[in-house]
Design a protein around this ligand. Sequence first.
Ligand SMILES: [Zn+2]
Length: 297
Amino acid sequence: MEDLRRTCFFCSEIIEGKKTLEHIIPNSLLGKLGIKEETVTGQKETQYSRVKVPAHSTCNSGFGSEYENRVLMHLEDLDSLYEDLKSEELGLPIIYGPDESVTAIITTWLSKIYYGLFYYDLITTQDEEWRSICSSIISSQNFKYVCSSYKYGHGFQLPSSLYVFKTNGSKTDLTTIVDPSSFLLKIGSLTFILCICDGYLTKNYLNGEELTRLRECVRAEDERNIDFPSHKLALGEIIALRRCIPKTPKFISGDNQIINMSLSTMVANPDEYYSINNDMLKRTRIEVLRDFNIELG
Ligand SMILES: [Zn+2]
């Protein structure tokens, strides 16, 4: 654990000399969101203002100017952000590299919060069981690739499907899920759901008309009852789908870049071979929504 305290969260290298502490959620945003004291992981109460991880000052300030400041600017106008993200969602980047899209900036930011929360918990938790879960995430190959990706200038992320939903409720929410690794952040009327390191597999199934239908379903539940956690319904649907995708994400490390192999295949009939079993999806959906305590009207 001592080593981790001297290891940079962003680039995973040892910090010689002076270290800085990176706020996982910037204070300026915390005030605005009013989420200083809430449950992060379902395990314990966390004061977000205290959630900080060790970093090189260059990595720390680089992240601030390259990503965080731009995210905070986008969050000033949620309606435009929603439209921008929607307009980008048709494309599925085959080549993955430095990317100036709003999707890439938001993805990097959400990915940083997700991993940052587990990194912080790994350093600070007293709970053995929880520590081993956090450790499995922070010592995973995916997290190593995420750090490499940041060093290569490709953002603190691996290819991850990002979804955005709009609801009427203005309550803030933040949910981390270990398996399948997912992150939900609801800021005002916008809900972001990131399928962490899924290699765009989810986006490959849930897009276009299917996604429009899911948005309509979320909106209908939202209008039926403003207290209904419709953003959790969206998360439940996405998690159920991911559990039923008969393919696993795959990445390899190449020349100063991480290559996404998740969408490539050797089979002759991929559409059939990788099709979703609808009965399984129905059953999984019921299980997931039950876990979330969601009952549909
Ligand atoms: Zn660093």
